[in-house]
Design a protein around this ligand. Structure first.
Ligand SMILES: *Cc1c(COP(=O)(O)O)cnc(C)c1O
Length: 393
């Protein structure tokens, strides 16, 4: 079906941050399959784990114990300060699990029709419930009736959540991205997550962080909420978790960890041995190579490089982000920059119409970071109609 507008290129091979198209051209991947291949392509640790597991056992069903799933659950919970894990196959499914968990948590406390607070410009997935939670009217248009039970407030606005609390007695949870990805790489003010935590504590709500995009080391810590020293009750992961093997997770802590019980949720494929081995290899590599710290350092360098290179370019609104989750906002729609970058051998993305988004693999080297900076500066200057040489004097 025509669900995607595809660029005129196909890739047959990758290694690290490089991709080769079927006509033999080499590209620098500054998108990682949209924050998926954080370790780059053909990572040896992931490859070996997958090959070994493929020759042993791919799938058995959650009717049985799955040791790799239990190990992965324990390691993720230890890293995130959580108590239990549910495994699925995508970000949308991880958020579906969180939404169902929140509703069951509410109904268990006698709330008849529980509401979940969600944010403007948020993105939580394309299934009906996650689309309903998503703050993008264009993505929702035509799919009504949407799932009810979501209360929408502006992002980065604690007062709006207070107002919602005063008006809606049935709120049971807040679902929030610590950094909004699809919405335009929007980083909230310091203290926002802590403020949400405080509100959730005061009202007995669950704080649910959607780290499908911001998780797995990309922002400079394993999970973006850790920058704020805030512990969510529910944490959803996917994208970078399997480095390209589909896997999602919904982690929970404290009372939230006990909500889902046999019969209340499930998945045929979720947490199968193959996917869990891939995710375990990802956790190993992130730790062994200290990749979150590297992402923090490189992200800083790329942001500075973009700011310096575009300092005098009228039309640049902001360079922002955390670690290797970077957005460059322009004052006008700039979707054609994707093709311009492709022509220069770099893969990137434009989101929210005006934001160039960079999500390179965490393993990029210094020269690759420089190439990303120089290419983006060049194509953005050309796009804004300011040839570099005109500013040489
Ligand atoms: C990509 C994304 C999702 C949806 O993940 P899928 O695997 O495409 O279902 C959910 N939340 C956030 C924050 C995302 O970036």
């Amino acid at each position: 079906m025509a669900t995607y507008r595809r660029l005129p290129v196909s890739f047959e091979r990758g290694e690290g941050a490089w991709l080769w198209s079927t006509d033999g051209t080499r590209y620098l991947d500054a998108l990682s399959g949209i924050a998926v291949c954080g370790l780059g392509h053909a990572h040896p640790g992931v490859r070996d784990a997958l090959c070994e597991q493929a020759g042993r056992l791919l799938h058995v069903s959650n009717l049985y114990h799955i040791p790799a799933q239990e190990t992965l659950g324990e390691r993720l919970c230890a890293a995130a300060g959580m108590d239990s894990a549910f495994f699925c196959n995508s970000g949308a499914e991880a958020n579906e699990a969180a939404i169902k968990l929140a509703r069951l948590y509410g109904s268990g406390r006698g709330v008849q029709r529980p509401d979940i607070v969600v944010m403007e410009q948020s993105f939580h997935g394309r299934t009906l419930a996650t689309l309903s939670a998503t703050g993008n009217r264009k993505a929702q248009a035509g799919f009504e009736p949407l799932v009810s039970g979501f209360v929408r407030v502006p992002y980065n606005d604690l007062a709006a959540v207070e107002t919602a609390a005063a008006n809606r007695a049935a709120i049971v949870a807040v679902l929030v991205e610590p950094i909004q990805g699809e919405g335009g790489v929007i980083v909230p003010d310091a203290g926002y997550l802590a403020g949400l935590r405080e509100l959730c504590d005061r009202h007995g709500w669950l704080l649910m962080c959607d780290e499908v995009q911001s998780g797995m080391g990309r922002t400079g810590k394993l999970f973006a909420h850790q920058h704020e020293g805030v512990a969510p009750d529910v944490l959803t992961l996917a994208k970078g978790l399997g480095n390209g093997v589909p896997i999602g997770a919904c982690l929970a802590r404290g009372a939230a960890a006990e909500v889902l019980v046999p019969g209340s949720h499930g998945s045929t494929f979720g947490g199968n041995p193959l996917a869990c081995r891939a995710a375990l290899a990802v956790l190993d590599a992130l730790a062994e190579d200290a990749l979150p710290a590297r992402a923090a350092e490189l992200g800083e360098r790329i942001q500075i490089g973009l700011r310096d290179g575009l300092a005098d370019a009228a039309g640049v609104v902001a360079v922002r982000g955390r670690g290797l989750m970077i957005g460059l906002e322009l004052d006008r729609p700039c979707a054609q920059l994707v093709a311009a970058a492709l022509a220069e051998g770099v893969l990137l993305n434009v989101t929210a119409e005006r934001v160039v988004r960079l999500l390179p693999p965490l393993i990029i080297d210094d020269a690759q970071a420089e190439q990303i900076i120089s290419t983006v500066v060049r194509i953005v200057r050309a796009f804004l109609g300011q040839a570099e040489h005109s500013h040489a004097a």
